[in-house]
Ligand binder design. Structure first.
Ligand code: ADP
Ligand code: MG
Length: 390
C-alpha cells in the first residue's frame, strides 16, 4: 500500500482527529448493530495506547443539514464506551468554540465523540471553512472510514488536506485487499459478479475483466448477457438498454466470461413461487430466473479450484428468498473453502456470506458497499487520494 498509516507517524502525546464510520442502525435510541463500531476498535485502541487523545467524527443517516436529536451520535458514543471500557465524552456539537474547549482539555487516553458531521451544511459540500474548523480539533488526521472514502466531504477529503493525514487499520485492510484485485493480482485470479443489474456495475465488469483470468457471472446480471446471446429470458430481469453493451463484452471477453447454463426459475417473484431447474434456453413462458442452477454451481466451483485470488461482488440469485438462496449460499461455502485469498465486496454480498455462516472464513469482507464498487471500477477515491503517500 502506498499510503501512510497510523504506524508511520509518531502519535505520542498528540491529539488525533479520526474519521470513523459509525453510521450504524439505531433502534429506540440505542445502537441496534455495533459491527461498524467494533470494526474501528483496533485503530482506536492503537491510538489511545500511544498514548494519544482521540477526537472521533462520523456521519449518521441523512439529517437535513442541521442538528436533529434523532440522528445524534450519542448512542454510538455510549456503545463505544462499553466496548472500550473507558468513558467517551459526547461533544456539544460538531464544531465551534464549545467543542474546541472540550478538545483542548483532552489528555492522552481520553476520547471525545463529535456530533454527526451532517449536522453541518458544509459537510457534503466539502466546505473549506468547515474543514478548517474540524482541523482545529486535532494535530493529525486519521481516516478509518473506507465506506465514506468515495465521497469528497469536509470530514473525509477536506480536512485531510489541512492536517497530516494517514490511514487507520480498517482503511489499510480495505485498500490492501481490494487493491490486490485491481493492481498486481496473484494468478489464477477468478472474479465472480452477480447482483441485480449490469448497468450499476459495468465499470466493475470492465475493470475486473482486464485484471482477472476468469469472470463468473450469475444473478440478475447474467440474464442480460444470456439475452444478448439470443436466449429468451421470458419474465427474468433483463436490462434491454444494456444488451448492446453486453454483446460487445461477450465478444471482447469470450475466453474469460463464464455464464450460467442452468437456472432455478419461478412462476412469480414471490418467496412461495413455484420453482424448477431448467437449462437457460428453456425458461418456461412467463417464468423468471431467480437463481443459478446446480450444473452452473458445479462449473463455477471447478473454475474456482486452484485460484489464488477470488473477488466476489453480487449474489447469484434472490438470496433474500430461501427458495432462491441456494446458489449464493453454496457458492459462498465453495469460496470460503477454496484456499485462495478471498475478497467480498458489496453490501448484499456481505449479508449473503454472513447468512451462509462463512464471513469469518473469508480473507476480507469489505465494509464499504458503494466505496468498494467504485474502487473495483478502478476509480480513485477522494478520501484515499487525500492521505499522505508513503
Ligand atoms: P451488492 O450489494 O453485493 O453489490 P447488488 O445490490 O448488486 O449486490 O445485488 C443484490 C440484489 O440482486 C439482491 O437484492 C438480489 O435479490 C438481486 N438479484 C440477484 N439475482 C437476481 C435475479 N436473478 N433476479 C432479480 N434480482 C436478483
Ligand atoms: Mg446492494
Amino acid at each position: 500500500m502506498n499510503k501512510k498509516t497510523v504506524r508511520d507517524v509518531d502519535l505520542r502525546g498528540k491529539r488525533v482527529l479520526m474519521r470513523v464510520d459509525f453510521n450504524v442502525p439505531m433502534k429506540d435510541g440505542a445502537v441496534a448493530d455495533d459491527q461498524r463500531i467494533r470494526a474501528s476498535l483496533p485503530t482506536i485502541r492503537y491510538v489511545l495506547d500511544q498514548p494519544a487523545s482521540l477526537v472521533l467524527m462520523s456521519h449518521l443517516g441523512r439529517p437535513k443539514g442541521g442538528p436533529d436529536p434523532e440522528f445524534s451520535l450519542r448512542p454510538a458514543a455510549e456503545a463505544l464506551a462499553n466496548l472500550l471500557g473507558r468513558p467517551v465524552t459526547m461533544a456539544p456539537g460538531t464544531v465551534g468554540t464549545d467543542v474546541e474547549r472540550f478538545a483542548a482539555e483532552l489528555r492522552p487516553g481520553d476520547v471525545l465523540m463529535l456530533e454527526n458531521t451532517r449536522f453541518e451544511p458544509g459537510e457534503e459540500k466539502n466546505d473549506r471553512a468547515l474543514a478548517s474548523e474540524l482541523a482545529k480539533l486535532g494535530d493529525v488526521f486519521v481516516n478509518d472510514a473506507f465506506g465514506s472514502a468515495h465521497r469528497a466531504h469536509a470530514s473525509t477529503e477536506g480536512v485531510a488536506r489541512l492536517l497530516p493525514a494517514v490511514a487507520g487499520f480498517l482503511m489499510e485492510a480495505e485498500l490492501e485487499h481490494l487493491g490486490a484485485a485491481v493492481s498486481n493480482p496473484p494468478h489464477p485470479f477468478v472474479a465472480i459478479l452477480g447482483g441485480a443489474k449490469i448497468s450499476d456495475k459495468i465499470g466493475v465488469v470492465r475493470n475486473l475483466l482486464a485484471a482477472c483470468d476468469r469472470l463468473l457471472v450469475g444473478g440478475g446480471m447474467a440474464n442480460t448477457f444470456l439475452a444478448a446471446k439470443g436466449f429468451d429470458m421470458q419474465a427474468s430481469l433483463v436490462e434491454a438498454a444494456s444488451i448492446q453493451l453486453a454483446k460487445l463484452i461477450l465478444v471482447e471477453a469470450a475466453d474469460k466470461l463464464i455464464l450460467p447454463t442452468d437456472a432455478v426459475v419461478a412462476d412469480k417473484f414471490e418467496p412461495d413461487a413455484k420453482s424448477q431447474v431448467v437449462e437457460v434456453d428453456q425458461v418456461p413462458k412467463g417464468w423468471r430466473v431467480l437463481d443459478i442452477g446446480p450444473k452452473t454451481l458445479d462449473r463455477f466451483a471447478a473454475e474456482l479450484k486452484g485460484a489464488k485470488l477470488i473477488v466476489w461482488n453480487g449474489p447469484m440469485g434472490v438470496f433474500e428468498m430461501p427458495r432462491f438462496a441456494e446458489g449464493t449460499i453454496r457458492l459462498a461455502r465453495v469460496v470460503a473453502e477454496s484456499g485462495a485469498t478471498t475478497v467480498i465486496g458489496g453490501g448484499d454480498s456481505a449479508s449473503a456470506v454472513k447468512q451462509a455462516g462463512v464471513a469469518d472464513k473469508m480473507s476480507h469482507v469489505s465494509t464499504g458497499g458503494g466505496a468498494s464498487l467504485e474502487f473495483l471500477e478502478g476509480r480513485v477515491l477522494p478520501g484515499v487520494a487525500a492521505l499522505q503517500d508513503r
